[in-house]
Write a protein that binds this ligand. Structure first.
Ligand code: PRP
Ligand code: URA
Length: 212
């Protein structure tokens, strides 16, 4: 994994291979969804590296002992609807006790600005380490708005995870929320005139859910 300030770009071959499959037009909805879950698990493994542990006393078949266990109740996964849902199963496979908040945003097709339609977060979001997830970081507008909501509700410990990011989106998100670590599977070239990522993978929500 290469470090660029607070931006982490994953260079693991398994992640790169799976993201490349997701880019292909011929990849089916079923395959795309499965790959999203697999990549979320692989990325989540690294992004959760500094999760807090606590000492717990357990019984093994041999004796009583102190072991380290996750403070699972301190984590929130926050997908940005709808495409962010594609990352939830993979993250929950790693941290099954995490709570899940949802932020509903869509990009206005004309202005490319995010429009909010839903926000439901765990009541104690301010105590939790929040993993905001969305496959695409294009202009950065959706991620910035989602993190604005979460911060307004008191969250201070936030990480953002996405599959593919445009340089414009990374810059915008990092400028708006310099405290937020950004985890990316692939950094692409640029945005096109419709603010879609090139080469990208198209519309992540449509590819996950077979809509269009
Ligand atoms: C996509 C994607 C991000 C957003 C990225 O969602 O999942 O949320 O666009 O673009 P931005 O960085 O320019 O804001 P979309 O608005 O298409 O909604 P959907 O998830 O419901 O398909
Ligand atoms: N949203 C997507 O789903 N894909 C892009 O390339 C840009 C925004």
């Amino acid at each position: 994994m290469a470090r660029e300030g607070k931006v982490y770009v994953f260079d693991h071959p398994l992640i790169q291979h799976k993201v490349s499959l997701m880019r292909k037009t011929s990849t089916t909805v079923k395959e795309f969804r499965e790959l999203a879950t697999e990549v979320a698990m692989l990325m989540g493994f690294e992004a959760t590296r500094d999760l807090a542990l606590e000492d717990v006393e357990i019984e093994t078949p041999m004796c009583t002992t102190q072991v380290k266990m996750l403070k699972g109740e301190d984590i929130a996964i926050v997908p940005i609807l709808r495409a962010g849902l594609g990352f939830v199963d993979g993250m929950l496979a790693l941290v099954p006790n995490a709570k899940v908040g949802h932020v509903g945003l869509y990009r206005d097709p004309e202005t490319h600005k995010p429009v909010e339609y839903y926000c439901k977060l765990p009541v104690d979001i301010e105590k939790r380490e929040c993993f905001v997830v969305d496959p695409m970081l294009a202009t950065g507008g959706s991620a910035i708005a989602a993190i604005d909501f979460i911060k307004k509700r008191g969250a201070t410990n936030i990480k953002f995870m996405c599959l593919i990011a445009a340089p414009e989106g990374i810059e915008a998100l990092h400028t708006a929320h310099p405290d937020v670590d950004i985890y990316i599977a692939a950094k692409d070239e640029c945005l096109n005139e419709n603010a879609y990522i090139l080469p990208g993978l198209g519309d992540a929500g449509d590819r996950l859910y077979g809509t269009k």
